[in-house]
Design a protein. Structure first.
Length: 207
């Protein structure tokens, strides 16, 4: 369960700390019970503030949700931008997989809301637009990283706009298995499964 701001020790007037408390509360609710549990009242209770205080930072629960997805995506994007290309494609994917797995652990059960509120067309508030833009930027960074890694290793990457989307979805699938323990039920060790999956992805996108 999310900690209250008293437990976190957020000082009065610490606006960034208060925002972190609100997001931490929302993250706990999503992880435990999914999007249906994400109400302003519940977020406020978990953060140890009033509902009015939450509204000072966010327009509503939708904006809180996309702020969480944006934060996770930015962490993935930053890792992709900095990872050592000499690791090879499979190695690069293994480097970023823990962050994608953590993102999916926290937000995976709210995937329908992610699709509807971030990726789908229609009316969007500023927060949703920002999150959708960051998602596209993450995929662009993934595409650039894959190309640079292939070049560094003397490989040729398939030239298809579907590549980064397929790789992203494949990594989400791997993350889902790691979280649900599907491969472990078949007595496949985690490390062996991750290596097989990332090497399979590499073979699928290299000419």
């Amino acid at each position: 369960m999310a900690q209250t701001h008293e437990q976190l020790g957020t000082a009065w007037g610490d606006t960034e700390g208060r925002r972190r408390d609100i997001l931490a509360s929302a993250e706990g609710l999503l992880e435990e019970s999914g999007y249906a549990a994400l109400t302003i009242r519940a977020i406020a209770a978990g953060a140890g503030v009033s509902s009015g205080t939450v509204y000072q930072y966010f327009d509503g629960k939708e904006e809180v949700f996309v702020a969480l997805t944006a934060r996770g995506l930015e962490q993935v994007r930053a890792t992709l931008a900095e990872v050592d290309r000499e690791l090879g494609i499979a190695g690069v994917l293994r480097e970023v997989l823990p962050q994608i797995t953590e993102l999916w652990r926290k937000l995976g059960r709210s995937a329908p809301q992610w699709e509807a509120k971030v990726l789908a067309s229609g009316r969007r508030n500023k927060g949703v637009v920002t999150s959708a833009t960051l998602y596209r930027n993450t995929l662009r960074t993934l595409d650039r990283t894959l190309h640079e890694t292939a070049e560094a290793c003397g490989q040729t990457l398939l030239e298809d706009p579907a590549v980064p989307h397929w790789v992203w979805d494949a990594l989400i699938g791997v993350a889902d298995d790691l979280l649900l323990g599907g491969s472990r039920q078949g007595r496949v060790p985690r490390r062996r499964f991750v290596r097989f999956a990332t090497e399979a992805i590499e073979r699928g996108i290299v000419v």
